[in-house]
Design a protein around this ligand. Structure first.
Ligand code: SF4
Ligand code: SF4
Length: 251
């Protein structure tokens, strides 16, 4: 269970991208050379040198134009599916610290990026093409461990991003949800029981630019549903292997 949480109140984001810059500065990540793809979203996607990205989407609705912004990064799942997948192949490649921050280590170079990316319900992990090491947002684990708030949250000038003890952030998120619902009845909190980064979306999810493979709630729900069956299959496999082992030990 995460000790801390962050709230992203998407209804307040102005896409100033101070969070993107602060992340690059704190983590000493280089800029990326990009080309204009007809959008202000820049760079075009997350990468091992871009841990957080403000995604842009234009919506035209009955003559009204809406420009929606969505700050994307690792949600620091409470029971991270990426770690679950990694543990099956290389123990310790993905770890979770005492504050709930999910961290990729250098051992990720031994993992299959397709499996780890497929395991993530939000399509977050990225791989360095040269070193094969995977990377992503760390929740500024080093800052949190030293009593500071994550760099992106400190930089946000609009109150979109808030950080604190999980119970306080949940309380604040529910209160804010009530306020936002007065103007946006479909507003909701995304996956609040599963992740440390809570998102308050004031509009339906399809109105935001997310990667085609970002699966979110559906996958988390399905994984929870499948958990007992996976345990059963693993148990049966273990019994099978013990049986085979004891048979072979008689040879
Ligand atoms: S969002 Fe993806 S990369 Fe981040 S902890 Fe969850 S599964 Fe892992
Ligand atoms: S710093 Fe805050 S307002 Fe600016 S883009 Fe990031 S989340 Fe949005």
């Amino acid at each position: 269970m995460g000790k801390y949480a962050a709230l992203v109140d998407v209804s307040r984001c102005t896409a100033c991208r101070g969070c993107q810059i602060a992340c690059k500065q704190w983590n000493e990540l280089p800029g990326e050379k990009t080309i204009n793809l007809g959008t202000y979203q820049n760079p075009p996607d997350l990468s091992v040198t871009t841990f957080t990205l403000v995604r842009f989407k234009e919506i035209s609705d009955k003559g009204e134009l809406r420009w929606n912004f969505f700050k994307d990064q690792c949600r620091h799942c409470l029971e991270p599916p990426c770690k679950e997948a990694a543990d099956m192949a290389v123990k310790g490649a993905i770890i979770q610290d005492e504050n709930g921050c999910v961290l990729f280590t250098e051992k990720t170079r031994l993992l299959d990026i397709r499996e780890i990316r497929e395991a993530c319900p939000y399509d977050i992990p990225r791989q360095d093409p040269n070193t094969k090491i995977m990377d992503k947002c760390t929740f500024c684990a080093d800052r949190i461990a030293n009593g500071m708030i994550p760099a992106c949250i400190k930089a946000c000038p609009t109150g979109t991003l808030t950080f604190g003890p999980r119970d306080k952030i949940l309380q604040m998120a529910n209160k804010r949800l009530g306020e936002v619902k007065k103007h946006f009845p479909l507003a909701r909190l995304i996956d609040k029981d599963d992740v440390s980064w809570l998102y308050l979306l004031h509009l339906p999810q399809v109105e935001f630019q997310m990667t085609a493979r970002a699966k979110g709630p559906v996958t988390l729900a399905r994984r929870a549903f499948m958990k007992p069956f996976r345990a059963l299959v693993t148990g049966m496999a273990l019994v099978g292997s013990v049986a085979i082992h004891s048979d072979s030990s008689r040879e």
